[in-house]
Design a protein around this ligand. Structure first.
Ligand SMILES: Cc1cc2nc3c(=O)[nH]c(=O)nc-3n(C[C@H](O)[C@H](O)[C@H](O)COP(=O)(O)OP(=O)(O)OC[C@H]3O[C@@H](n4cnc5c(N)ncnc54)[C@H](O)[C@@H]3O)c2cc1C
Length: 484
């Protein structure tokens, strides 16, 4: 079916309107963050007290290169500076904003008590102050009628919840905390060149800033460059560094405005699932401004024979056909602009992959470069926070760098396997049809346990720090002590 020029123009106008609205919301959200932070009393003193200590004197002061300034890199930088080490963060982005800053999308990451507890107080409290509390899931039935929305809590106690932070806010907050520190060199626009295994093991890092090539030797190189970074490739050099990949899911990102979210009458503080039997699963995370950032998850690779570099839907007709056949009907009814948003977008993919290789020579791996989980699991940022705390503690308590890295690997390994087991089980449940036997068994079990006042392992294990720590045989996640 051909689209007329008139229809194409109308679509372009609509897309411009959506972008303009998103930009306005983003500005409003940024202003709201400033207001929230300045409302914290006494704001400036408290914020200053969160900056890493300038006077800490460790037994040995290491010179550390951190490759990647995402959440894992910034958590680690904050922790290492606070412990008195010298830190260089190399980040390819031109500033603190995320890769999808252009689209002005407010993208949530979630932190539960595991991640927050690892980061430590009072930093954890201030992150909570600009977060949205998410205490469960809501499932919106796939029909145009007003069947009730089902909700499920994550656990049976008040504290069983996630804190959802707009990605931009978290990156900006941490960047501001470390950028002026006397022992920190934060280098944006820095593209680290692929290291050869031998060179990097010796601590040598090469990078390029605006055409200028730089080269330096560090005591320790920490790869925090994400799932597709050089770190993960380098890891394969070690014989036992092979990935344990559980699943690969493709998705397209969409945005639901506050007005559209209001029209859906969604319960507050929930991650929203819009399933369609035999079709796509749309997972939406609540943003501060009332809008939702959503992922349309589907087998795009099997359904459409398109290359990952090409848009999944080239025109409105194809997107509309897809929506009719595979998207939740209640969502489509409340968000008519959803189909427009699908046109011209490329599919992206995430995988679950963890490795048992956390160090080699003077190199350590952290965050998604070693533990990569699907977004709905809520583990990514938590694992990064936890690993950052582990490496800082290992450096503080060990006599030599080698002993510290061995300890980091030993302690870090203990959470890798439980994470992948949990994510594997979650993946089966969530990428299968909602309402599957497995899902309902979990829900019923949890409800029964709640009635009896007993722990409900199904939900707890997936989202609660204590459950994970118990599985991993860890007493409690190691706290970092912030300067007060
Ligand atoms: C769509 C989606 C939704 C998600 N939702 C959630 C969620 O709700 N909750 C949650 O906990 N997690 C979520 N995650 C996972 C979460 O985003 C990651 O776990 C987290 O970002 C990992 O942080 P990181 O710092 O390890 O890696 P990244 O965030 O990937 O950061 C890596 C950084 O390294 C930089 N870099 C890479 N290569 C180089 C180089 N050669 N030179 C210099 N710099 C380089 C990159 O620019 C980037 O800034 C989601 C992921 C996706 C894809």
């Amino acid at each position: 079916m051909r689209i007329s020029n008139k229809a194409r123009q109308a679509r372009q106008v609509k897309q411009k309107q959506i972008k303009r609205a998103a930009r306005k919301q983003h500005r409003a959200a940024a202003a709201a963050l400033d207001k929230r932070l300045s409302g914290v009393k006494p704001a400036r003193t408290w914020l200053d007290s969160l900056q890493p200590s300038a006077n800490a004197a460790p037994k040995t002061r290491y010179k550390v290169a951190i490759i990647g300034g995402g959440p894992a890199g910034l958590f680690t930088a904050w922790g290492l500076l606070n412990a008195g080490h010298e830190v260089t963060v190399l980040e390819r982005r031109p500033d603190w904003r995320g890769a999808d800053a252009d689209s002005l999308r407010s993208f949530n990451i979630t932190l539960d008590s595991f991640g927050l507890r690892a980061i430590g107080e009072p930093l954890a409290s201030i992150i909570c102050a600009f977060s949205t509390r998410v205490d469960g899931r809501a499932i919106v039935p796939d029909d145009a009628r007003e069947r009730p929305i089902r909700t499920h809590r994550y656990g049976w106690r008040e504290e069983h919840c996630l804190y959802s932070v707009p990605r931009q806010d978290l990156l900006r907050f941490f960047t501001e905390q470390i950028c002026d520190h006397s022992r920190c060199r934060l280098q944006f626009d820095a593209e680290v060149t692929p290291p050869t295994p031998g060179v990097c093991k010796d601590g040598r890092v090469q990078w390029e800033v605006r055409g200028q090539k730089l080269d330096e030797v560090f005591d320790l190189v920490v790869f925090c460059d994400g799932y597709n970074g050089h770190g993960r490739h380098l890891m394969r050099v070690r014989s036992d560094g092979a990935d344990d990949v559980a699943e690969a899911i493709s998705y397209v990102k969409v945005h639901i405005t506050p007005a559209e979210a209001a029209a859906l009458k969604l319960p507050p503080g929930k991650i929203i699932f819009f399933p369609r039997r035999g079709g796509a699963l749309v997972i939406a995370l609540p943003n501060f401004d009332g809008s939702l950032s959503a992922l349309v998850e589907d087998k795009f690779r099997d359904l459409y024979d398109t290359d990952a570099s090409e848009p999944v839907f080239k025109d409105l007709a194809a997107a509309q056909k897809y929506a009719n056949e595979r998207l939740n009907r209640r969502l489509c009814k409340a968000v008519p602009g959803l189909v427009d948003q699908l046109v011209g977008k490329r599919r992206q993919e995430f995988r679950t992959a963890t490795s048992h290789c956390l160090r080699s020579g003077k190199v350590a791996w952290l965050g998604d470069s070693v533990t990569s989980t699907p977004p709905y699991a809520g583990f990514g940022t938590n694992a990064a926070g936890y690993q950052a705390a582990l490496i800082v503690t290992a450096l503080r308590t060990s006599e030599t760098l080698d002993a510290a890295l061995t300890r980091y690997e030993r302690d870090g390994k203990s959470i890798q396997q439980p994470i992948i087991n949990i994510v594997k089980a979650q993946g089966d449940i969530l990428s299968g049809e909602m309402g599957s036997r497995c899902w309902w068994a979990g829900v019923r079990w949890s409800q029964l346990c709640a009635r009896l006042g007993r722990p409900a392992p199904y939900f707890q294990v997936a989202f609660d720090a204590d459950g994970l720590a118990r599985l991993a045989g860890i007493e409690t996640p190691m706290p970092l002590t912030a300067r007060t």
